[in-house]
Design a protein around this ligand. Structure first.
Ligand SMILES: Nc1ncnc2c1ncn2[C@@H]1O[C@H](COP(=O)(O)OP(=O)(O)OP(=O)(O)O)[C@@H](O)[C@H]1O
Length: 264
């Protein structure tokens, strides 16, 4: 039992402890403080996919920005392999973390070719030479299920699903250990969603990745995640550590989210 606990501890990739975050809003010269995240704690095991589901405005994207180091929390901390990601001396952790957003169109520069879009992180974050980058681009585009000729194209010449594949290729380019997927399939039609989720499953194995999938869609979670957190008003309402036990949820709010899917 004790050995189990130690193994589990060694296997933690991301540990989130007591995160709080508030924003101050000005309305008609009056300042109001909105508490968006309230004492949020959880962890992600290596090689796993954790789903975070909640209603619109519950704070999922804010949490995603804090977990990836884009934004600071007011209190609490996020550790990646035991190191605080918000400390300057640990800034190299950023290379181990990537993000894929819902809006693939605004995520890319329309004036850049697909080759330029995918190579951007390789140019910024690695010391690879031009010919090495060109070779790597061919591998990456193939790994996301597109042919080499796509490298010459521009974003407006791709479908939504193809462009999201390009964003995924860019996200895996520097071989991160962790990808935050923020509503990454929500803008796609259902059959393309399944294709992208299958691709993410394949890449998870090939690249040894761990995911957090932030979404309002339970079907996406049941398709790809190992565990799920139900998020409400900036707080964890309930956590199911094995997605197979989803039927054992206790809280009314989680039940409501599940029933909404079943009715659909
Ligand atoms: N930079 C900001 N300044 C002020 N308020 C913000 C900011 N970012 C988020 N908020 C507020 O924080 C709350 C949570 O927003 P967030 O985008 O994290 O929720 P969400 O669960 O991801 O919602 P959705 O699913 O609609 O994207 C909202 O009320 C939002 O208006």
């Amino acid at each position: 039992m004790e050995e189990n606990k130690i193994n589990k501890k060694n296997n933690i990739l991301l540990k989130v402890s007591n995160i709080t975050k508030s924003y101050t809003e000005k309305k008609f010269l009056k300042k109001t403080v909105k508490n968006v995240l309230k004492d949020v704690s959880f962890s992600l095991e290596k090689g796993k996919c954790l789903g975070i589901i909640g209603e619109s405005g519950s704070g999922k994207s804010t949490l995603g920005r804090i977990l990836t180091g884009i934004e600071n929390s007011d209190s609490g901390f996020v550790e990646f392999e035991g190191k605080n990601i918000h400390k300057k001396e640990n800034k190299e952790i950023k290379n181990d973390i990537s993000i894929v957003f819902q809006n693939y169109v605004s995520s890319v520069n329309p004036k850049f070719s697909i080759a330029e879009i995918i190579s951007e992180p390789l140019i910024i974050e690695t010391t690879m030479k031009k010919n090495e980058i060109n070779e790597e681009l061919k591998n990456l585009i193939k790994d996301v299920g597109l042919s080499e000729e796509f490298l010459e194209r521009f974003p407006n010449e791709l479908s939504g699903g193809q462009l999201q594949r390009v964003c995924i290729a860019r996200a895996i380019a520097t071989k991160p250990k962790f990808i935050m997927l923020d509503e990454a399939v929500s803008s796609l039609d259902v059959s393309t969603q399944v294709e992208i989720l299958d691709l993410l499953q394949k890449l998870k194995k090939e690249y040894n990745l761990s995911y957090i999938f932030v979404t309002h869609d339970l079907l996406t979670i049941t398709y790809i995640c190992d565990s799920v957190i139900f998020f409400r008003n900036g707080k964890i309402e309930e956590e199911i550590s094995d997605i197979k036990n989803l039927k054992n949820i206790k809280k009314d709010y989680s039940r409501k989210l599940i029933d909404a899917v079943i009715e659909f």
